[in-house]
Design a binder for this molecule. Structure first.
Ligand code: BGC
Length: 749
């Protein structure tokens, strides 16, 4: 049984220590491209050369040791070498001076842009615009490949529901469907439909799998996950990535149900290769093979090399386990050469797909294609569409005749921090901040600039007093709050996700001036901002918006651009609500009659709160729901019409709804289709996103959106781990967020 297999893996991989090979390495069971070339090359390779292809090292420039290793054929890939002349020189050693001339592949974490930085992926998710995400990946690939990077470790497809986890910044939020759609778009942007073009990069679907569910939102932590949840929530974006031809995958650091993913042939071979038919290349995460020793799964590095190679990790990133131990393991019969061959095939196939055998060098005449007008324009549009207007009492857009504008707060002019996590190649001098863009737009005389706090964790009370005194002279105050880049991303988790430092105190001081306050928040996660939302006349949540964040924000605040971002994750009121997500089960006692702690009577009876599912201090539900986002115009949803009230499990149904722009300016709306399977042999969530469309409407314009769902879209994984569409009643909404709208019903018969 599958579930038993997940638990049994630890035992199975332990057997390898005793020299029993429990996997034959037949991980490319499907007929694939380049088979003839691969087999011919493989037949000429020594065992050392094969193992060399499985070894990924960090670039250190053109040292004697490195060129020697490349000539000897003991390096398959290099990370983080970004100088095109050095890339070519190293490549020449591989292609012209190694025995078989197998090219290297150069890789890098190009996660949301190379030089031109787009919003962090979580921000890009807020665009709900796959075309824009694809365009951003195309820009990233064009810039990075112009220095020789042909493989990026992106997209991160980890569905995550706990903003304590710093890496939530790198993914597309909490929903498997939204993540699948945007992940597919990003892969297409990196790879195009022809990976052999020199301006593409191989995508890497990471981290396989369930890393986003690290317990307590703490990085690298263990994951506990029933297989049905794994298959319905965690794996769909990866399955979609495999189907879209993602050239590589990366396995994750975590264990799932006590089995490190690097040891899980169930995940890496049975599901990914045999069930899904994927024939790409699997890289370990940085040192993740080695980490099976402290994880308590392997006795030493040698054991880890045996376990990972048998499980199906093709390339060893920075553990040096394969290069040091695989030869001995093969010679002693503990790992078969057939297993090694299976891994090598996948590495060679990637190099063929990328066209590296034909075209291994960077064209130096067109190298360093950075910051083109089109690239900067794309980054600005992405930053504009990623901004979510959470609240607005009418203060935004700013009135044209506003005389003096106070620009304040720690993120108002933070070139480094507005770019967010994973920006190795970002250059501050190309980043435009909100202060710069607003000064350009309104003129220096109308701007009063005073940061108050100079960084997000600052508690400088004197700075707050000075800024509030300055801000009091303005007609409107723009408060740029949030988190520095370093407060999210890998290994940067927080147990309290409120605004750091004295920013809330600063907002109170700004409010006390009596002037309207617009709060713009830059962050790598959902922050808890219940008080801040009340204190502000409007809140614009821009995540970390990247190179062109400043112009985008100025366009949004001034009304030149109408906000259209929608939350890709649920925003909690308090950290203690985490994990918080809209697709939760109803429970047998859904919240009702909530009594909050301050309203409890003295010596109240234990049952006086009605015994339903809520917190005494946080109540129930989010501060802002998944899918939420306002516009400067308003939209009205007509009734949902269904093509049928009954469908067969293998049938289909079309739902449509007319949406009207009822305001006075053009705007974009994201129509979101949710369903609920009312009764299931496994209890189903209260809502699940199944489709969406972003449309732009002129004032007064109406448009019908239509979505067709197949029976398969209604399926889920049952207790026997079978995907089934169960008969019964379903609810369906087409709505502006995950809580709004009137449901209609249909039945699967
Ligand atoms: C991260 C990966 C990243 C790799 C290479 C690891 O620490 O988990 O996401 O791709 O480093 O830089």
């Amino acid at each position: 049984m599958k579930k038993a297999q997940l638990f049994a893996l630890a035992a199975a991989s332990a057997i390898t220590l005793a020299g029993v090979s429990c996997s034959d390495g037949s991980n490319s069971t499907k007929a694939s491209d380049y088979d003839k070339e691969i087999e011919s090359l493989l037949s000429q390779m020594t065992l050392d050369e094969k193992i060399g292809q499985l070894n990924q090292r960090t670039g250190v420039g053109l040292t004697d040791e490195m060129t020697g290793a490349i000539r000897a054929g003991s390096v398959g890939s290099l990370l983080n070498e970004v100088d095109p002349e050095t890339v070519n020189a190293l490549q020449r050693e591989a292609v012209e001076n190694s025995r078989l001339g197998i090219p290297l592949i150069f890789s890098r974490d190009v996660v949301h842009g190379f030089k031109t930085i787009y919003p962090i992926p979580l921000g890009q998710a807020a665009t709900w615009n796959p075309a824009l995400v694809e365009e951003g990946a195309r820009v990233a690939a064009d810039e990075a490949s112009s220095v020789g990077i042909r493989w990026t470790f992106s997209p991160m497809l980890d569905v995550a529901r706990d903003s304590r986890w710093g890496r939530i910044a790198e993914g597309f939020g909490e929903d498997p469907y939204l993540t699948s759609v945007l992940g597919e778009a990003m892969i297409r942007g990196y790879q195009t439909d022809d990976l052999s073009r020199p301006n593409t990069m191989a995508a890497c679907a990471k981290h396989f799998a369930a890393y986003g569910f690290s317990e307590n939102g703490k990085d690298y932590n263990s994951v506990w996950m029933p297989e049905s949840r794994l298959r319905d929530v965690v794996l769909p974006p990866f399955k979609k990535a495999a189907e879209s031809g993602a050239a590589t995958f990366m396995c994750s650091f975590n264990e799932i149900n006590d089995v490190p993913t690097n040891a899980s042939s169930y995940l890496l071979r049975d599901i990914l290769r045999d069930e899904w038919g994927w024939n790409g290349m699997m890289v370990s995460d940085w040192g993740s093979i080695m980490q099976m020793v402290p994880q308590g799964h392997c006795t030493d590095l040698r054991h880890a090399a045996a376990v990972a190679s048998k499980a199906g990790v093709d390339m060893d990133m920075e553990s040096y386990a394969y290069i040091q131990h695989l030869k001995d393991l093969v010679e002693k019969g503990e790992v078969s050469e057939k297993t090694i061959d299976g891994l090598v095939r996948n590495v060679l196939r990637l190099k063929y797909r990328l066209g590296l055998f034909d075209n291994p060098y960077v064209d130096l005449d067109s190298a360093r294609r950075f910051y083109t007008e089109a690239n900067l324009d794309g980054a600005r549009r992405a930053a504009e569409e990623s901004a979510v207007l959470l609240t607005n009492n009418g203060i935004l857009p700013l009135k044209e005749n506003v005389r003096r504008i106070a620009v304040t707060g720690p993120l108002m002019d933070a070139k480094h921090d507005q770019n967010g996590t994973w920006c190795f190649d970002m250059e501050k001098e190309h980043t435009v901040t909100a202060l710069e863009a607003l000064t350009e737009m309104y003129g220096k005389d109308r701007i009063i600039a005073a940061p108050g706090l100079t960084y997000s964790r600052s508690t400088d009370a004197a700075g707050i007093r000075r800024a509030a005194a300055e801000a009091a002279k303005a007609d409107v105050i723009l408060f740029f709050a949030g988190e520095e880049a370093v407060l999210s991303g890998e290994a940067h988790c927080r147990a309290d996700i409120s605004l750091p430092g004295a920013q809330t105190e600063m907002l109170r001081a700004l409010k006390a001036t009596g002037k309207p306050v617009v709060t713009v928040i830059m962050a790598g996660r959902a922050l808890t901002i219940p008080e801040e939302s009340k204190l502000s006349d409007a809140v614009l949540y821009v995540f970390h918006p990247g190179t062109m964040g400043g112009p985008a924000i100025a366009n949004l605040l001034s009304g030149k651009v109408n906000p259209s971002g929608r939350l890709p994750l649920t925003m909690p009121r308090m950290t203690g609500q985490l994990p918080l997500y809209y697709a939760h089960n109803n429970t047998g006692r859904p919240a009702s009659g909530i009594v909050l702690i301050d309203s409890l009577e003295l010596e109240a009876d234990q049952t006086s709160t009605g015994c339903t599912s809520f917190y005494l201090d946080a109540g129930d539900g989010p501060l802002f729901p998944f899918g939420h986002g306002l516009s400067y115009t308003t939209f009205k949803y007509g009734p949902v019409e269904l093509s049928a009230t009954e469908i067969a499990p293998d049938g289909s149904i079309t739902a449509s709804c007319e949406i009207t722009n009822t305001g006075e300016r053009e705007g974009s709306e994201v129509a979101q289709l949710y369903v609920r399977d009312l009764v299931g042999s496994m209890v189903r969530p209260v809502r699940e996103l199944k489709a969406f469309e972003k449309i732009t409407l002129a004032p007064g314009e109406s448009r019908k959106v239509s979505f067709t769902l197949d029976g398969a879209d209604l399926a889920y994984t049952n207790a026997e781990n079978k995907k089934i569409t169960e008969p019964g009643e379903f609810r369906l909404w087409i709505s502006p967020d995950s809580q709004a709208g009137e449901a209609v019903s249909f039945t699967v018969k």
